[in-house]
Design a binder for this molecule. Sequence first.
Ligand SMILES: Nc1nc2c(ncn2[C@@H]2O[C@H](COP(=O)(O)OP(=O)(O)OP(=O)(O)O)[C@@H](O)[C@H]2O)c(=O)[nH]1
Ligand SMILES: [Mg+2]
Length: 403
Amino acid sequence: MWRRLGTLVSRPAQNTRLCTSLPKHCSGRPISGGRATIFALSSGQGKCGVAVIRTSGPASGPALLGLTTLRTLPQPRVATLRLLQDPGSSELLDRGLILWFPGPHSFTGEDCAEFHVHGGPAVVSAVLGALGSIPGLRPAEAGEFTKRAFQNGKLSLTEVEGLGDLIHAETEAQRRQALRQLQGELGQLCHGWGDTLTTALAHLEAYIDFSEDDNIEEGVLEWVDRTVQELRGALLAHLQDARRGQRLRSGAHVVIAGPANAGKSSLINLLSRRPVAIVSPEPGTTRDVVESAVDIGGFPALLSDTAGIRDSQDLVEQEGVRRAHDRCGDPAVGPPLLTRARHRHHLQSCCEALGRYEQSKVRDLALAAEELRAARRHLGHLTGQAGADEILEVIFRDFCIGK
Ligand SMILES: Nc1nc2c(ncn2[C@@H]2O[C@H](COP(=O)(O)OP(=O)(O)OP(=O)(O)O)[C@@H](O)[C@H]2O)c(=O)[nH]1
Ligand SMILES: [Mg+2]
């Protein structure tokens, strides 16, 4: 919502999907039956001091050699200043830093190369064109670098989401929250819960299989019950966070409403630190809803100034008052925020399965064990261990090309 509704604040360039045109000679065929090697401009678009172009895949090494006059690959992870040339025509393209990251010690886990070139559009376009002329290389799709990092086990799904949020973070608090998620805090918590469930399930299955032979320690079932109860309590406590994480990520929408001439526009101007709405001693000044995205102590908020609520004969003002009533609305109504509602959904489903365990254990232990398995599957979906393809597609679609 923050990103979509923040109309009065200039949006950072990283939201823009980069439209890199396909180089003429781009074959995009993977070499030797392997995976295609992808390339893209990974830094922002437009004129700048330095632009970073990177590749990922098996042809990264040949690409690095092709664009430089090197005979052997440079030392891994050490920047080297080289002249860059077109591998076909040998025309000089630029002078820049090159970096070689052999897999698996790279962002994607594959062989990766980076070209730090001068950030002029012609330079970037020439280097991209040269890369596209190398067999096995093709332009990356949006989010493809991150997708490969996930597929190669370099990032969990919640870390991927954290990375996406970090790229889009506009305030300090959003940056901190995203970084925590990127560092894997949520994923680790879920892994811990998953491990607890696995242990409980193993004990329960052992009880089901061996208890009749008296080969099982006493109190196993009680231990499983207690563990499940504690886990359910921990999950419920986590769910009762008043959606703080989601709200921080998307920003709060605050409507400034009240009687005419109360000083609403003066307030939005003060909080925005600029004159977004007209202030005058005349009641009925504001007619249209005026929006301003602000950063209040690191927390994002979208403020809406509205027409003063009063009975008016003026038709234009009547429409303004009607619109003021519409933005106040019912805060409980409206579409849920899909991507991070995902976390809540899986935790909720996990809790429900644990609740059903409680009910079924008195009747049928095998059924109860099945509920523990279902609970564990939901946690797996959250971190991407049990990946649903359509969810992955939604998450990676939010990324820019080159990320
Ligand atoms: N004394 C005083 N005057 C204020 C204060 N805030 C605003 N005003 C004045 O009150 C008048 C109305 O202010 P606005 O900010 O335009 O009020 P509003 O609620 O947006 O008015 P409408 O859009 O007409 O509903 C202006 O002359 C302001 O200078 C305040 O805190 N103290
Ligand atoms: Mg006003």
